[in-house]
Every structure is written in C-alpha cells, then in structure tokens.
Design a binder for this molecule. Sequence first.
Ligand code: SAM
Length: 277
Amino acid sequence: MIDSLPPLRDVIATHDLQPKKSLGQNFLLDLNLTAKIARQAGDLSGCDVLEIGPGPGGLTRGLLAEGARRVLAVEKDARCLPALEDVAAAYPDRLKVINADALELDVLAHLTPPVRVVANLPYNVGTELLVRWLTPKEWPPYWDSLTLMFQKEVAQRIVAQPGGKAYGRLAILSQWRCDARIVMQLPPEAFTPPPKVHSAVVHLQRLETPRFKADAAVLSRVVAAAFNQRRKMLRSSLKGISPDIQSHLVAAGIKPTERAEQVPIEGFCALAREVAK
Ligand code: SAM
C-alpha cells in the first residue's frame, strides 16, 4: 500500500461515486499502477504537478506518494470533492483541489514553477487540452513536461512519423516543440469500468526552443487544413490558406503535388513561415 488511506474501492463505495460516462469516468483503482504512472513524469520532488480530472484520487495519491511538492487537481465533478478532501488531509499543505471545468479555468495563478502536468484525462477533452498546452504563442510554456493517458490510437498519433496514416496535426504540434514517447500501455481491464479501447501513457518533454521557427497559430492552421483532406495534393487542400499557395509551397521546398503525410515537420514550419510573410 502506498499510503494509509482506504483502498479506492472503499472510497468509491463510501462517497457513492458511481462512474458517469458523460464525464469520461474510467477510474484507476490500483495504487501500484497509479504510482507507476506518476513515476513516468520523472522526479516530482521539486515540482508543482497539475492534475486534470483526479476523480476519486487514485493518480493524485500516486503523485503525492511519489513525492510531488504540491498537486493542483482540477475536477469538474463535485461528487469527488469529499474523497479528495480526505487525500488533502493525509498530505497537509500539498494538495489543492479546484472544482472547475479544466477547459475554462486559468490555472497559472495557482501554480509555481517548475510545473509538470500529469493526468488520466477524460477522453472527450484530452485532445483539446493537449493542443492548447502545445500551442501557446510564447515558448517555453509554463510547464516542463506532460505525462498523459490517451486512447492508444491517439497516443500513436502523437508519436507518429511522416509517411503513415497516424501522422498528422497531433504529431506535428507535439514533436515540433517536444520530445514525445509512449511510456506505458494499459489494457481496458486496468480501468473501472473498462473502456472499449486500449490506453497508453505519453510523456512529452518540452524543448527549450521549437525544432524549427514558425508561428504556432499559422502552423496550426496550415496543418489542420493539410490533414483535413489528407489524400488530396497540398496545392488543392491548402487553397483556402492563401491564393498564392502554389508559390508558397515551392518557396518552402515542398512539391505542390505532394500529400500532407509525406511532408516532415520542418517542411510545414517552412510553409508556415512563407504563409506568414
Ligand atoms: N484520475 C482519475 C483516475 O485515474 O482514476 C480519474 C480519471 S477519469 C478517466 C477522468 C476524470 O476527469 C473524471 O474524474 C471526470 O469527472 C474528470 N473530468 C471530465 N471532464 C472534465 C473537465 N472538463 N475538467 C475537469 N475534469 C474533468
């Protein structure tokens, strides 16, 4: 046992935390597993950890037991608050819980760097949060690393290389500014209730400067358009980006007849620079 708090099954029964599908609630109840996920984030002892969606607190307990300086846990479901208060009491001054929608809350005021983000994300908001964390205007961002659970297929899209079906917007936005690796794979039975899909934990370590120069908003727009019609040639899928797209592609060193999935990150960054000129 990693702490002296009750087992998570008892916590769920005591606080009547029947999992809700609408909130993406697939809970991790094995504290050895949550501690292992926490360890994938590296040394937490000098860090604030931002956790989105703590639920009954399994991963939160893993993070605290593994030595996080402080955890800021943002949970939308108010039913989970009493259980999380018990965790806060067991780790005095180290856990702050905010009852809010992570898509609405400005977390910066509540965090002191260095910050690591660790979360078993609700699948319905996971990708949206990831893209927001990856696309602030200024780089480096407020966080050092992201250690996040995703549906396995989404994890594969984050680490994908050019040339395959998984390569697209998520791979480019992730690997442009971070080193990204899959560090754990989890079967459906690891969760309660088990989801239909397999899951994987991705660790993204930010780079101090992006791999190639580009404006995040322009790159994001170009890549979204290119992969929205991924089987088309770029000169046609990117028509809406600029009337001069053909010459921008040539100036960026990309053949206008190329398809999006053949173009490496460097090519898209060069194109974003041309479009922004
Ligand atoms: N971390 C817990 C665990 O590993 O057992 C729970 C993970 S569960 C997959 C996702 C959690 O995110 C749920 O507790 C859910 O209520 C919460 N959640 C869903 N949408 C949210 C949002 N927009 N903002 C904050 N929390 C949210």
